[in-house]
Design a protein around this ligand. Structure first.
Ligand code: NAD
Ligand code: UDP
Ligand code: UDP
Length: 343
């Protein structure tokens, strides 16, 4: 039932490879679900820059038109306001499937919707990929490891996830999405790729998404105390968004299914993160302790050996280099251009 596509096969051979003499490289048709979000919009920038024809499908739950508006008017760019929980017919060569709220505050807001997005939404995008024989990349998460008993986390670790907790809609949702992806791969011979993304930060993050980096940066800029949850000794590893996008593109173009951990192995306690934010924005910023949320993973750090070996990828931007880039963006969005020019 696979429909032939005249454009698809020739186009794919040109990616990163040699373009046959006398033939102009024809862009790939690439679908990015969740492309108006934080990570998606940076990915879209790179794909458009590379000359691909990009379609964004996004319901704008946590994404913003502003993130992709600079492509409006480009004939190689198209945005469709659509919820992936509903089926859709499109013709593309590759699908980057990112659609899903990522911040705990957002994904807990309507947990059943989060599950539907991860399960029904992913099923629809896999069904689409199967019908048009497109290559499919799932953005899974380090949350599939739950509150990990193995440290750092290797891809072969199966995780320690609470199936009935407040984070389960996301953790178990993504685990099911991975399962579906592998079942389409085995059952329908679909070309698939799985990325397990670790905490990522950078420009265009939602200012009030409640994630620790956006909270600390916005708080320091607004002269509010930095809210550290629990004792602040829990750890995370923070990756700058351009490193992630590079990893996702290498994964899509490469030969390996994965799953691949994509994250920066630099591990910080929340108190250490607060210190980096103080050093970057305001050394006098106060710290305020708050009760921690339920089921909060105690530590998290990716083992990226597999991505290094099989994708030739590793992150390049350490926290103290990436954070100022995000601060510039937040400052502009919080105070507007005028005030940021003055400060
Ligand atoms: P984000 O919230 O900025 O982007 C998600 C996008 O998906 C938004 O534009 C949102 O409107 C859209 N969306 C949500 N539900 C949808 C639906 N039902 N139909 C259509 N569109 C929908 O989050 P992000 O940080 O850019 O995350 C992108 C992907 O990466 C997500 O799948 C997330 O789970 C994964 N991820 C991100 C991180 C991180 O630290 N940023 C970590 C692990 C995994
Ligand atoms: N689907 C879609 N677009 C397509 C093809 C399929 O949205 O171009 C959806 C379809 O509605 C279905 C899901 O993907 O709910 C899974 O499709 P598949 O063909 O794998 O399974 P089936 O339709 O046989 O259940
Ligand atoms: N956290 C914090 N202060 C905040 C927001 C979060 O100390 O204002 C902590 C949170 O308890 C967790 C870590 O920061 O231990 C990372 O939380 P985030 O929501 O950013 O992402 P997660 O990795 O939990 O999905």
């Amino acid at each position: 039932s696979v429909e032939p596509s005249v454009h698809r096969q020739p186009a794919r051979q040109f990616v990163g490879g040699k373009v046959p003499l006398g033939l102009k490289r024809k862009g790939l048709r690439v679908l990015v679900t969740g492309g108006a979000g934080f990570v998606g919009s940076h990915l879209v920038d790179r794909l458009v820059e590379r000359g691909e024809s990009v379609i964004v499908v996004d319901n704008l739950f946590t994404g913003r038109k502003e993130n992709v508006m600079h492509h409006f008017g480009n004939p190689n760019f198209e945005m469709i306001r659509h919820d992936v929980v509903e089926p859709i017919l499109l013709e593309v060569d590759q699908i980057y499937h990112l659609a899903c709220p990522a911040s705990p505050v957002h994904y807990k807001y309507n947990p059943v919707k989060t599950i539907k997005t991860n399960v029904v939404g992913t099923l629809n995008m896999l069904g689409l990929a199967k019908r048009i024989n497109a290559r499919f990349l799932l953005t899974s998460t380090s949350e599939v490891y739950g509150d990990p008993l193995q440290h750092p986390q290797v891809e072969t670790y199966w995780g320690n996830v609470n199936p009935i907790g407040v984070r389960s809609c996301y953790d178990e949702g993504k685990r099911t999405a991975e399962t579906l992806t592998m079942d389409y791969h085995r059952g329908a011979n679909l070309e698939v790729r799985i990325a397990r993304i670790f905490n990522t930060y950078g420009p265009r993050m939602c200012i009030d998404d409640g994630r620790v980096v956006s909270n600390f940066v916005a708080q320091a800029l607004r002269k509010e105390p930095l809210t550290v949850y629990g004792d602040g000794k829990q750890t995370r590893s923070f990756q700058y968004v351009s490193d992630l996008v590079e990893g996702l593109m290498r994964l899509m173009e490469g030969e390996h299914v994965g799953p691949f951990n994509l994250g920066n192995p630099g591990e910080f306690t929340m108190l250490e993160l607060a210190k980096v934010v103080q050093d970057t924005i305001d050394p006098n910023a106060k710290i305020e302790f708050r009760p921690n949320t339920q089921d909060d993973p105690h530590k998290r750090k990716p083992d990226i050996t597999r991505a290094k070996e099989q994708l030739g990828w590793e992150p390049k931007i350490p926290l103290h280099k990436g954070l100022p880039l995000m601060v510039t963006d937040f400052r502009k969005r919080i105070f507007g251009d005028q005030d940021s020019a003055a400060t």
